[in-house]
Design a protein around this ligand. Structure first.
Ligand SMILES: Nc1nc2c(ncn2[C@@H]2O[C@H](COP(=O)(O)OP(=O)(O)OP(=O)(O)O)[C@@H](O)[C@H]2O)c(=O)[nH]1
Ligand SMILES: [Mg+2]
Length: 200
C-alpha cells in the first residue's frame, strides 16, 4: 500500500483556539512520553523527520498537526507520564488533551502508542476510557517490538489484550524491524475513510 508522499507539517498548537480547522478527518497519536509516537508517524508516512523524535522524553510539547492528503491529517499529541515536566505544565497538557478529545469533530480514531516493554499503564487506560466515552475508536501500537524476543512479544500482546477494554484493537510495531508498519497504515487509512465522528 502506498504511503503518503505529500505528507507535510501544518502547525503546532499550544491552545485549543490554535487547533487546525476541524474539517475532514484526522487520527491522533497519543501515549506515554518516549513511547515512540513521533517515530511511528515518521514510519507510517515514510518520512524520516516529519515529526521530531528524541531520546529525551517530553520532546513533543505541543499539539502538532500534519496533513497526509488534503482533508486527511495526523496529530502528534504531547506524551504523558514524564515526571520531570513541571506540574503546572502537566496540568496544562491534560486540559489541552481533554479539550482536544471532547471537541474534535474530525477525530476519526486514536492510535495509542504503548512501549511493548513497559506495557499498558493506568494513564493509557484512562485515555482509552476517555476516547471510548467520547465515541472514538482506539488502535494500540505495541511499539519497539524489535527489543523483544518472540516469547516476550507474545506475552506483551496477551497482557495488553487482558488490560484493554473490548473494542480496542492492537498490534506489534517497530520502526527498526519495520514490523507492523503496513498493518498500521491499513488501519489508519480505513479509520480515515470512515471519517470523523461526533464530538460529545
Ligand atoms: N528500538 C526502537 N526504538 C524506537 C522505536 N520507536 C522509537 N524509538 C526510540 O524511542 C525514543 C523516543 O521516540 P519518539 O518517537 O521521540 O517518542 P515520543 O513518544 O514521540 O516521545 P515524546 O514526544 O517525548 O512524548 C527515540 O530514541 C526513538 O529512536 C522502535 O520501534 N524501536
Ligand atoms: Mg514525540
Amino acid at each position: 500500500m502506498s504511503s503518503f508522499p505529500h505528507a507535510r507539517f501544518l502547525k503546532s498548537a499550544q491552545l485549543p483556539d490554535q487547533f487546525w480547522a476541524d474539517d475532514g478527518a484526522e487520527i491522533a497519536f497519543a501515549g506515554r512520553s518516549n513511547s515512540g509516537k513521533s517515530s511511528a508517524i515518521n514510519a507510517i508516512t515514510q518520512r524520516r523527520s516529519l515529526a521530531r523524535t528524541s531520546k529525551t522524553p517530553g520532546q513533543t510539547q505541543l499539539v502538532n498537526f500534519f496533513e497526509l492528503e488534503p482533508g486527511l491529517r495526523l496529530v502528534d499529541l504531547p506524551g504523558y507520564g514524564f515526571a520531570r515536566v513541571p506540574r503546572e505544565m502537566q496540568r496544562h497538557w491534560k486540559r489541552l488533551l481533554e479539550s482536544y478529545f471532547s471537541q474534535r469533530t474530525s477525530l476519526a480514531g486514536l492510535f495509542l502508542i504503548v512501549d511493548s516493554r513497559r506495557g499498558v499503564d493506568e494513564r493509557d487506560l484512562d485515555l482509552v476510557g476517555f476516547a471510548h466515552a467520547t465515541g472514538h475508536v482506539v488502535h494500540v501500537l505495541l511499539s519497539k517490538a524489535d527489543k523483544l524476543n518472540q516469547a516476550e512479544a507474545q506475552r506483551a500482546v496477551g497482557s495488553a489484550r487482558r488490560l484493554l477494554p473490548p473494542g480496542s484493537s492492537l498490534q506489534l510495531f517497530s520502526t527498526i524491524s519495520r514490523q507492523g508498519i503496513e498493518e498500521a497504515r491499513r488501519t489508519l487509512r480505513s479509520l480515515l475513510a470512515a471519517g470523523g465522528g461526533e464530538a460529545s
